[in-house]
Design a protein. Structure first.
Ligand code: PGA
Length: 253
């Protein structure tokens, strides 16, 4: 087992919670925070609708709040979009970029992912870049190629600010929301590949690699124990208080 100094537990609330449920969960997390081990860094990603209230609820705690998506233009006629700078001005610290649901349900391209990444870096949001292959790509033995294309599209010749840091969430599409998690040893193998690719593309960047895809209280430890897994990005199991607390207990025991 690998001793972890710090593990990152990121909670992607997706569109699972309405406004009241989001604020309620944030209030519960804030009140239970003294029980969380300090070795865990928590970031929650509420819906755009609940973002500000959740941020206000958590602002005096160590739990950070991020957006699930951003748009790269600062202001203008872009119905339904919210810019990186708008989130930043409301206290956002992080943003997910290129989540598989954005890529595959909303047809977000590698080029758009790149523009969002640049916008996040410009305004000082910490990007969490999500990558991962689809089932047919895995079955055809193309997983490595897919993550390489996604990483090159996002990172090649990118201009970084001072002290650059990046989170990557490796989230195989077939594991997201399906109950079929990636085997922990295979996750570790993919994380090593990602680490090597990022070293080549952005050697100056301080990198953390999270795993996401059907992480549950009963399997979280098997990921955290892997040498190159710095934490997890959790969807479904992060929106119920009990399972999230169980996850924290299992994840650091
Ligand atoms: P899941 O989602 O935990 O529900 O599989 C993970 C994610 O989409 O980040």
């Amino acid at each position: 087992m690998v001793e972890k100094k710090n593990a990152y537990f990121f909670a992607n609330w997706k569109m699972y919670l309405d406004y009241e449920e989001s604020v309620e969960l944030a209030q519960s997390l804030a009140s239970l925070l003294p029980k969380f081990p300090s070795s865990i860094t928590t970031v929650v990603f509420p819906s755009a609708l609940a973002f500000y209230s959740v941020q206000q609820t958590l602002k005096n705690t160590s739990i950070k709040v991020g957006s699930q998506n951003i748009y790269w233009v600062e202001k203008g006629g872009y119905t339904g979009e919210i810019s990186a700078s708008m989130y930043k001005s409301l206290g956002s610290a992080y943003t997910l970029i290129g989540h598989s649901e954005r890529r595959h349900l909303f047809h977000e391209t590698n080029h758009e992912v790149r523009q969002k990444l640049e916008a996040a870096l410009t305004v000082g949001l910490q990007p969490v870049l999500c990558i991962g292959e689809k089932l047919e790509e895995r079955e055809q033995g193309k997983s490595e190629d897919v993550v390489e294309v996604q990483l090159r599209g996002a990172l090649e010749n990118l201009v970084w600010p001072g002290n650059p840091s990046l989170f990557i969430a490796y989230e195989p599409v077939w594991a997201v929301g399906t109950g079929v998690a990636c085997d922990p040893a295979e996750t570790e193998r993919m994380h090593r590949i990602i680490l090597d690719l990022v070293k080549g593309l952005a050697p100056q960047v301080s990198l953390k690699i999270l795993y996401g895809g059907s992480v549950r209280p009963e399997n979280i430890r098997s990921y955290i124990n892997q040498e190159h897994v710095d934490g997890v990005l959790v969807g479904g199991a992060s929106v119920k208080l009990d399972s999230w607390l169980e996850m924290i207990n299992h994840g650091c025991s």
